[in-house]
Design a protein around this ligand. Structure first.
Ligand code: URA
Length: 243
């Protein structure tokens, strides 16, 4: 379900999220990029509109037009960005989508050099819920670092690492193995801070040389090669909504 709106003027990002178009943060990016108009005038961040009287268009399409919800699970390859568009002209993950009748948006983000499981949807309400820190969705990463993952490093990851934006919540470390000056392991976290895994490892003196998200809640990459995606099943969507 999308969020309910009270009547009267509302912030544009709230209207856009309530219409299931995207998350509020993504709506702000669309507004800043000049892709939203209100009654024919390009909107600015902070503008409001009344859905009963004003015409709000995103990329020229009416906000109120009903779109079916679409939920995709992608195996993001290295070298693509998860933003809506990239000023530097790098490939964006939505370039990989073919013949979709709706526009979908990544849930959270993965770095340019991170591969792995990425959800995309036009269900702004669910995207907001999943990305919200209070929902603590578990994400597991396969990590390769330069150096050895000592028992002390494991203990620190599991206790929480002090980062510039505060200590991380306790993480889980498993399947530790080493080869040729590198260590491989799986790290499970339930926060979603910017570059969190890389920063946690760097704080322990272990630069990350490969990073792949292999699990998001109960979802895995099974059967998907890099660049491939599939639609979630109705049962998977229902389970995500219950998280
Ligand atoms: N943590 C990171 O450091 N990078 C990602 O892309 C995802 C999690």
């Amino acid at each position: 379900m999308t969020e309910r709106l009270s009547s009267g003027p509302q912030r544009l990002q709230k209207l856009m999220a309530a219409a299931g178009l995207c998350s509020r943060r993504q709506a702000e990016a669309l507004i800043s990029a000049g892709r939203v108009t209100v009654n024919g005038a390009v909107a600015a961040l902070g503008d409001q509109a009344d859905p009963r009287h004003d015409t709000v268009l995103v990329d020229g399409r009416p906000l109120g037009r009903h779109e079916a919800f679409c939920y995709l699970l992608m195996h993001k390859p290295v070298g693509m960005v998860t933003t809506l568009s990239d000023p530097a002209g790098r490939p964006v993950v939505t370039d990989l989508l073919r013949d979709l009748p709706v526009r979908v948006y990544p849930v959270g983000r993965l770095d340019l050099t991170t591969s792995g499981l990425l959800l995309l949807t036009n269900d702004g309400a669910l995207a907001n819920r999943l990305a919200h820190p209070s929902h603590e969705v578990e994400k597991t990463y396969l990590v390769r670092v330069r150096g050895a993952l000592t028992p002390e490093a494991v203990r620190r990851l599991e206790q929480g690492v002090d980062l510039a934006d505060g200590p991380t919540a306790p993480a889980r470390v498993s399947r530790v193995r080493g080869s040729g000056g590198h260590a491989w392991f799986e790290l499970t976290i339930h926060e979603g801070r910017n570059r969190q895994v890389r920063r946690m490892c760097e704080a322990l003196g272990l630069p990350v040389s490969r990073l792949m998200r292999i699990r998001y809640a109960f979802l895995t990459l099974d059967g998907l090669a890099p660049g491939q995606y599939r639609h979630l099943t109705a049962a998977e969507v229902a389970r995500l909504k219950q998280l």
